[in-house]
Design a protein around this ligand. Structure first.
Ligand SMILES: N[C@@H](CCC[C@H](N)C(=O)O)C(=O)O
Length: 288
């Protein structure tokens, strides 16, 4: 099977969410899950997601993007990674308006001095869209004890799909929740047949939310852009906040605006280029 050995990579981050960009437009090939897992080892090139760029099928689109988690699984959305590839493409082309396509649809991005804005599209609240294991009438608060019985704050999450599945637990004190302990079980709860990204959110004011995230396929991360979007729309839908909020994650702040006019979610924040290099067989765990 083809290997990524010798392909160039760019290491970036979006608020400390660790991203590896692989521009495969010149020689498209799938990212082998076992090579992704080998690369993610702590002593190699630890990352939360690979953003792999492929030629777009449609004119006017810069690239088709596939998103690979550190465990080798594929995701439909990655907000922080999308800001990273927008910055990468801006550096390559000098164009501030960049458009990507993904399994979840179009990602329209704008790079400016105040940050990178990504149109993440509209949220989907239907139980089958998230997806959930069975019909649920009200996805604002699941009528199940989703979390462990000894952690009563972790029950009745709001759920939504923003290109990927999210469950958001609104709690009075986010710092008091040991998400590293409960995340693995919640991510794989039987209610979520495709697993889920798990957020613990504390509403600080009608325009400010504190958030920490256990990411599906990556674990605890310093930031998760799609989780910030998911949390903002769930909070607004529950009447806890307005539609434009600042979301504070361990890695920093994102601005989320759930636009009334077309139901789209706009996420604004930074991205950073760290270093670049070339993948070697050793890094990918490939033996001759
Ligand atoms: N880091 C991301 C989310 C990446 C995908 C997620 N772990 C999933 O499997 O759905 C972000 O910034 O949105």
């Amino acid at each position: 099977m083809a290997s990524l050995a010798d392909r160039p990579f760019v290491k970036m981050n979006g608020l400390g969410n660790e991203i590896v960009v692989l521009d495969l437009r010149d020689g498209p090939m799938p990212v082998p899950p076992e090579e992704a897992r080998a690369l993610a080892r702590p002593d190699v090139l630890p990352f939360d997601q690979i953003m792999a760029l492929y030629p777009a099928a449609v004119p006017g689109i810069d690239a088709y993007v596939r998103i690979i988690n550190a465990d080798g699984s594929e995701a439909g959305a990655c907000g922080n990674g999308t800001r990273c590839i927008a910055l990468y493409e801006y550096g390559r082309t000098g164009r501030a308006h960049i458009r990507f396509e993904s399994i979840a649809g179009l990602l329209d991005c704008n790079v400016s001095s105040s940050g990178i804005t990504v149109d993440m599209g509209p949220p989907r609240f239907g139980w089958a869209d998230i997806p959930l294991a069975g019909p649920v009438a009200d996805t604002r608060a699941l009528d199940i004890q989703a979390g462990p019985a000894e952690a009563p704050a972790l029950a009745h999450p709001a759920v939504v799909n923003v290109g990927n599945p999210h469950a958001v637990f609104f709690v009075p004190d986010a710092a008091a929740v040991d998400l590293g302990r409960y995340g693995p079980e919640l991510e794989r709860h039987p209610a979520f047949p495709d697993r889920a990204n798990i957020s613990v959110a504390q509403v600080l004011s009608p325009d400010h939310i504190l958030l920490k995230v256990w990411e599906r396929g990556a674990g605890l991360t310093r930031a998760c852009g799609s989780a910030a979007c998911a949390t903002a729309v769930c909070a607004a839908r529950l009447g806890l906040t307005c539609r434009r909020v600042t979301v504070t994650l361990p890695g920093g702040d994102l601005t989320i605006d759930w636009r009334e006019a077309d139901d789209h979610i706009l996420m604004t924040g930074p991205a950073e280029l760290e270093f670049s290099g070339r993948l070697t067989p050793d890094m990918l765990g490939v033996t001759a």
